[in-house]
Design a binder for this molecule. Structure first.
Ligand code: WTA
Length: 659
């Protein structure tokens, strides 16, 4: 825990929100779930989840015990059960006669499209499963996935799940360095990548990063399968590299899925924590799929026969795992997958896609909503968005203005908005309104889902009364909870279960308003949230000090109107370093350091501002006072600095910034 405290005051005005939007009678009457679901779950939480598991999944072997919590915090859900994720996402829909239903409407960045039915997708996954097995990938082996938002990403994930291999998807925006550390930590045997993708109408490479990540010996990777997406020339390592098309064409389209133990690992997904090293969050099969499928159905009110669902998240983040690959396909949904950015070739691209496919459920992040709000309502107004009936938000707190704009400009003032709070670690949605039940409130995620024991507690771990703030915790195990940190069970216990004994500590500040509704107030640890992407201050600091010019670095997330937070770095340079000189020296230094962070972590981590300072504010015990730096970065007077070892430091920094 850092010295950051929950800064509720800034949010006081939010808590006076009095607007509420009750579901319409028409919506409520045909909603997937009703008010009673809360009472049902409260009566017997564990039995409630057993019922959801049997309702939403087809088990190869039924489970004998719903929850084993005899060795906390290591949970086992659906003990004795066997289930295959790919069978549930694919084969069973085909067997039920739904093979012709569209699973994926793919919209490529350059405008190429593909319509993939459940029958097509099943065949592709079967081929990929055979192909991966032929390459020596066996149950329990790790497969690194470094792909753009193309159907092959979904195919690869499901093929791994089918054969019991553990996928580890690495966001395509991460650098070769970041990829290397993730490949090494998981000891991946296979990497699946693409020559590249397209960004703003131009080819953008991916494979060179894989080559660079594998350039040193000592890794465990035997093969790299390369999807030919942008058809650019790429370097080729004979024997190691294989073309996706060749591998798939020669593989058999027949493959029988067998059930895997409910607790068999499904995937690892790395996320930023409070220390420099990303954590490999481990999710297992039965519980994860149960909560993904249940929440996707209940929170979005999915009607698989008629809805067209679109989640704009990239497969590289947990939202792309739970609400692109697993939840929607297990529920037999028809969904849109889009490769590109919202503003290319024009700022109406998303709305053009909504109109074209008649998207009825849209799930995106506040940062995108705020950006589009800035572009102006007249852009979405040029398109027919009348198909939209549910809107979702995820990744960061959504401010009431953005919420109201989303409802009006995109939802036609009728579509309910579900603000969903969850994390990579929780695996699936934990706090959200239910669109046919809850009267929604702009800016609040509101209520824990049925069967989920979320609370807000004070420093001592006591539940706070309504009208007060504290820390968000989860008091009882839940099906899609992370099971451990890959290779580091001690870190798992320390990070999440030691702040409040026996209770899951999420790292978020929260308040309960007078109605008991939950408002998320942002992280209380050293994790930043930039455009809904999680970044660690320490990880960026480590990247900066790995540059020979930098003696010390401190990074803070400064409030930003559009991206939520922006990365601001304060650096002290080495006196003896061979630094650029001349008039533009500072600019040159800052540029070099930004590029260096991009190289170490990825473009998303590049600081918006780097300030070269003579000293950093530290306590007498040597701890950097990030709170003071944050004040400076956000243009506030840092005020009382008497606890600093050298109380004049802040003055020096402020003077320096004025110059
Ligand atoms: C933040 C993304 C407010 C929060 C699914 C959390 C939110 C972190 C919301 C997890 C929300 C996510 N309102 N804050 N609706 N959803 N967050 O692991 O700080 O990428 O801890 O998972 O995002 O980010 P992650």
């Amino acid at each position: 825990m850092s010295n950051e405290t929950v800064r509720g005051d800034a949010f006081e005005n939010l808590l006076r929100e009095e607007r509420q939007f009750a579901p319409s009678q028409e919506f409520a009457a045909v909603a997937n779930v009703h008010e009673e679901i809360y009472a049902e779950a409260n009566a017997d939480r564990v039995a409630f989840w057993a019922e959801q598991a049997r309702k939403h999944l087809t088990w190869s072997k039924d489970f004998t015990q719903t929850l084993d919590w005899s060795n906390p915090p290591f949970a086992k859900w659906f003990v004795g059960g066997e289930v295959n994720a790919a069978y549930n996402a694919l084969d069973r829909h085909v067997e039920a006669g739904l093979g012709d239903r569209v699973a994926i409407h793919f919209e490529g960045e350059p405008g190429d499209t593909e319509t993939i039915t459940y029958a097509d997708l099943t065949e592709r996954v079967k081929r990929a499963a055979n192909a991966f097995e032929a390459l020596g990938v066996a149950k329990g082996d790790r497969v690194a996935v470094y792909l753009p938002m193309i159907p092959e990403a979904v195919v690869t994930m499901l093929a791994c799940a089918r054969i019991g291999a553990i996928h580890s998807v690495v966001f395509g925006g991460f650098s070769a360095e970041a990829l290397r550390s993730r490949i090494d930590d998981a000891e991946a045997k296979l990497v699946v990548t693409a020559d590249g993708t397209f960004r703003r109408g131009k080819p953008s490479p991916l494979k060179p990063a894989v080559d660079e990540a594998l350039s040193e010996s000592g890794h465990t990777v035997e093969h790299v399968v390369v999807v030919e997406r942008n058809k650019q020339d790429v370097a080729w390592t004979e024997g190691r590299d294989l073309r996706w098309s060749e591998v798939m064409d020669s593989a058999s389209p027949e493959h029988t899925a067998v059930g895997h133990d409910a607790e068999h690992p499904l995937y690892i997904l790395y996320t930023s924590g409070t220390t420099g090293r990303p954590k490999g969050i481990l999710h297992t099969t039965g519980g994860y799929l149960t909560q993904c499928a249940f929440t996707h159905s209940a929170v979005f009110d999915l009607k698989p026969e008629t809805d067209v669902y679109w989640c704009t998240a990239d497969i590289g983040w947990v939202t792309g795992h739970s609400y692109v690959t697993y939840g929607p396909l297990v529920n037999g949904a028809t969904q849109v997958i889009y490769e590109g950015t919202p503003d290319s070739p024009h700022q109406g691209r998303w709305w053009e896609i909504v109109q074209k496919y008649k998207v009825s459920i849209l799930y995106t992040a506040p940062t995108a909503i705020r950006t589009m709000m800035k572009w102006g309502s007249d852009i979405p107004a040029q398109y027919d968005l009348s198909s939209i009936r549910v809107l979702g938000s995820v990744g960061e707190p959504i401010n009431p203005e953005a919420w109201m704009w989303y409802r009006g400009a995109i939802g036609g003032n009728t579509a309910p908005i579900v603000d969903t709070w969850w994390q990579t670690e929780t695996g699936a949605i934990m706090v959200a309104p239910l669109p046919g039940v809850t009267a929604t409130k702009p800016g609040s995620a509101q209520v824990p889902l049925p069967g989920i024991a979320v609370d807000v507690v004070d420093e001592a771990g006591n539940s706070v009364p309504n009208g007060h703030g504290g820390f968000l915790v989860v008091r009882e195990p839940w099906p899609s909870m992370l099971r451990t940190i890959w290779g580091d069970p001690e870190r798992f216990k320390d990070t999440y279960w030691s702040r409040f004994e026996g209770t899951y500590f999420a790292g978020d500040g929260a308040k309960k308003d007078d109605d008991g509704d939950i408002w998320l107030l942002g992280r209380v640890d050293d994790v930043m949230n930039v455009s809904g992407h999680r970044l660690s201050t320490t990880e960026i600091e480590s990247a900066l000090v790995s540059h020979p010019w930098v003696a010390e670095a401190a990074v803070v997330g400064a409030a930003d109107e559009t991206t939520g937070q922006a990365v601001v770095a304060f650096v002290i340079l080495r006196g003896e370093a061979d630094l650029p000189t001349g008039e533009d020296a500072t600019d040159a230094i800052v540029q070099t350091l930004r590029t260096h962070v991009g190289h170490e972590i990825g473009p998303i981590a590049k600081p918006r501002h780097i300030l070269v300072v003579p000293e950093l504010p530290k306590t007498r015990s040597g701890k950097i006072m990030r709170r003071l730096l944050k004040d400076v970065a956000e243009g506030r007077d840092p005020g009382d600095a008497t606890t600093l070892a050298d109380p004049t430091v802040m003055q020096k920094i402020a003077e320096d910034l004025r110059n």
